[in-house]
Ligand binder design. Structure first.
Ligand code: SAM
Length: 237
């Protein structure tokens, strides 16, 4: 995927953190999704829907753009302005209580949001797996702690993140949290490569949160944190 195709959409208005399109591009490169137009894909915690737009364009599939903090009405307006309202359905639901149809999604993508609500064993099996088709695929990219600093999130990240420091977990830790199930074929977690570029794009904006992050980038964010990539393959029964 060529990120340059989406430059016009990537701005301080649509970004909610490090460039989500770069994170998505790396996931798609490593694990390309081959979907048909009538396949459904869930963008979980889609924020302003920037990644939903890219997913729709890159896969051609039907996208359900779900978020909690950004309303479905707000995203609907943006999707109409972008000319993709026929392909993307905006939804506003808590990931803890999704009301989609069982086995509705052939794929799920979640960028920079899964760590807010899914950091406990059993969450994937209870809250996500029922909505995935057999043979489905899950691609997740979230901020986390480098494996070398396992168990030290509060101590190392507290000055930057305060009470949210515990949300940052290592790739190894996420593999354990996702856990096992008779329907899960494989789980892979790794430290992603796009970290520097995705952060550079965000810090170059004049978003008020980016201004705050700038103060901690060299001393905390860069030395201790990473983006954790998570790939889950559902068994094909
Ligand atoms: C940092 S923003 C990232 C948004 C977008 N994916 C991106 O990368 O630009 C985190 C998103 O997670 C979503 N989120 C947090 N808790 C959630 C929950 N319980 N259910 C659904 N979404 C949630 C928020 O609504 C928010 O938009």
């Amino acid at each position: 995927m060529n990120i340059d195709h989406y430059r016009a959409y990537i701005s301080a208005e649509t970004m909610m953190g490090p460039n989500s399109v770069r994170i998505l591009a790396e996931l798609f490169e490593k694990y390309p999704l081959r979907l048909a137009p009538d396949d459904a894909i869930l963008d979980l915690g889609c924020g302003t829907g920037l990644t939903s737009l890219v997913i729709a364009k890159e896969t051609g599939a039907r996208v359900f753009a779900n978020d909690l903090w950004v309303s479905a009405e707000e995203n609907e307006k943006r999707f109409a302005e972008w000319g993709v309202d026929g392909q993307i359905t905006p939804v506003c639901e808590d990931a803890n209580n999704l009301t989609f149809t069982k086995k509705q999604f052939r794929a799920l993508v979640s960028i920079d949001s899964y760590h807010y609500f899914a950091g406990r064993g059993g969450f994937f099996q209870e809250k996500i797996l029922p909505f995935m088709t057999d043979g489905g695929e899950v691609l997740i990219g979230i901020p986390g702690l480098k494996d070398a600093y396992a168990g030290r999130a509060e101590e190392l990240l507290c000055a930057w993140l305060g009470e949210d420091a515990h949300l940052f977990k290592t790739p190894k830790c996420w593999e354990e949290i996702i856990g096992d199930d008779s329907r899960i074929e494989s789980v892979k977690t790794w430290e992603m490569e796009c970290f520097g570029e995705a952060w550079d794009d965000w810090l170059a904006t004049d978003h008020e949160f980016a201004l705050g992050d700038r103060k901690y980038y060299e001393t905390i964010i860069k030395p201790y944190t990473c983006f954790v990539g998570i790939y889950i393959r559902i068994r094909n029964n």
